[in-house]
Every structure is written in C-alpha cells, then in structure tokens.
Design a protein around this ligand. Structure first.
Ligand code: SF4
Ligand code: SF4
Length: 85
C-alpha cells in the first residue's frame, strides 16, 4: 500500500529528496504523497526511505490505499520501465 503523511508533519523537507519515485511534494499545508507513485519503496529499497528519515514519525501506511506486494512491484515496473527479476 502507499504511505500517507499525517498532519503531524512539520514541513522539514527531509523526506522529499529521499523518495526514489518523486512521490512526495509540498502540499498547501503539509507534505503529501501521491499514491499512484508510491511503491512503499518496493523495487528500490528494502524499507520505505521516507519513514526512515522523518524526524517526527508521521508517515504511516495508508489503510485506504491497500496494495499487495505484486501490485507494488507492478507499479514500480510501470513507473520505471524496469522489470523486477
Ligand atoms: S515509501 Fe518510498 S516510494 Fe513511497 S513516498 Fe516514501 S520514499 Fe517515496
Ligand atoms: S520528513 Fe516527516 S516531518 Fe519532514 S516533511 Fe517529510 S513527512 Fe513532514
């Protein structure tokens, strides 16, 4: 599933450059994750990079965007044009 940024975000901008899919951007009030671009870092890293760097721990999984490992891998392949072996 994609991750989501909660309103505890302090707009520190640390997560945005870490996202390999350019899924994170500054929204009107807090940073936001575009669900169609978030693969939970599947295909790029073993762990979600944004969660690792967020100083206030405000990036949980989004229960409204549930996806299987296979769906995340397919999203990675669609976004990058690469195949997961
Ligand atoms: S989990 Fe990975 S792909 Fe998703 S927003 Fe965070 S850094 Fe980007
Ligand atoms: S790292 Fe966390 S607090 Fe900083 S901008 Fe990203 S979501 Fe917000």
């Amino acid at each position: 599933m994609a991750l989501i940024i909660t309103d505890e975000c302090i707009n520190c901008d640390v997560c945005e450059p870490e996202c390999p899919n350019e899924a994170i951007s500054a929204g009107e009030e807090i940073y936001e994750i575009e669900p169609s671009k978030c693969t939970e870092c599947v295909g790029h890293y073993d762990e979600p990079q944004c969660q690792l760097v967020c100083p206030v721990d405000c990036i949980p999984q989004d229960d409204n965007n549930m996806e299987t490992q296979e769906e995340l891998e397919a999203k990675y392949e669609r976004l990058t044009g690469k195949t997961i072996s």
